[in-house]
Design a protein around this ligand. Structure first.
Ligand code: IPE
Ligand code: IPE
Ligand code: MG
Length: 282
């Protein structure tokens, strides 16, 4: 399978409607600031995972039915990066090779941009035309749980407020499962929920997503270790296991992710995405 064109097709679908999610004609300069972090690139791995899970569970359905879920996940991810880069958090001047929102605009704007993207994610899910009310409520609940204090925000709190002291592998695993894994898990599960997948399929995809989500953060730690002075102090698997040990653990998680789908047909896309997670560059 040609992963590049498979990913490109789905990335282009997501990007063709991503800016429309915030196209309400806000006053300038907020209008530009809101669109800015959605236009600086990004791999779009989470919405691609949502589309891939939906396509696996509903192969004959129109994949556009999964777009509200896919876009909502990407809006949450984008907000998380805008806030993560703020001076009170990781204090980063650049992301994806471009100035961060608070550098391109200012700190107040970046806080408001993050708030707006977070809120808009839920508006998208409530307004989605495809699917029943029951599916909509499940999608909203799934995303709220993954993004909130039981998931991503909780992980960020562990990382930023207490993370420098995390030296225990189990604790670090919990931190990463929350900080990064929860949203990746939701991305996959929301594709399956939008497709009204049965419980067995949802369980298999959940295991896939949990393994792939943790592997994603391990691979990120390996990438950061190559280029990031922050890695000396920030909690990371590389500090505990070394680069090689972390890479091996990521590869073993990817094997487990694929194994969870072994009895299901049509998993080429999700298999290829799992491989991409551990072989990707920035
Ligand atoms: C970066 O995520 C932050 C983490 C959760 C590790 P991605 O690597 O998916 O970032 P983009 O969206 O492709 O830039
Ligand atoms: C990004 O985390 C924010 C979330 C995962 C919520 P990191 O600080 O680990 O990632 P980078 O290095 O900024 O992309
Ligand atoms: Mg950061």
């Amino acid at each position: 399978m040609d992963l590049d064109s498979w990913m490109r097709e789905r990335r282009e679908l997501v990007e063709s409607v991503l800016l429309d999610t915030v196209a309400d004609g806000f006053p300038k300069p907020f209008d530009g600031a809101l669109k800015y972090p959605l236009q600086t690139g990004g791999k779009r791995i989470r919405p691609i995972l949502t589309l891939a899970a939906f396509e696996l569970c509903a192969p004959t359905a129109d994949r556009r039915c999964a777009l509200p879920a896919a876009l909502a996940v990407e809006l949450i991810h984008t907000y998380s990066l805008v806030h993560d880069d703020l001076p009170a958090m990781d204090d980063d001047d650049e992301r994806r090779g471009k100035p961060t929102v608070h550098r391109a605009y200012d700190v107040a704007t970046a806080i408001l941009v993050g708030d707006a993207l977070l809120t808009q994610a839920f508006q998208l899910l409530t307004d989605a035309e495809a699917g029943s009310d029951a599916v909509r409520i499940r999608l909203i609940s799934e995303l709220a749980q993954a993004a909130g204090y039981r998931g991503m925000v909780g992980g960020q709190a562990m990382d930023i407020l207490g993370g420098r002291e995390v030296t225990d592998l189990n604790e670090l695993t919990t931190l990463h499962r929350c900080k990064t894994g929860a949203l990746i898990r939701a991305a996959v599960r929301m594709g399956a929920i939008a497709a009204e997948a049965d419980a067995n399929m949802l369980a298999a995809l959940t295991t896939y997503a949990e393994c792939a989500g943790l592997a994603f953060q391990l691979a990120d730690d390996v990438l950061d270790a190559d280029e990031d002075e922050e890695s000396d102090s920030a909690p990371s698997f590389v500090r505990l296991l070394g680069v090689q040990g972390t890479q091996q653990k990521a590869e073993s998680l990817i094997r487990n992710a694929k194994d969870a789908l072994r009895e299901i047909d049509g998993t080429e896309g999700l298999y290829a995405l799992a491989d991409f997670i551990v072989t990707r560059g920035e």
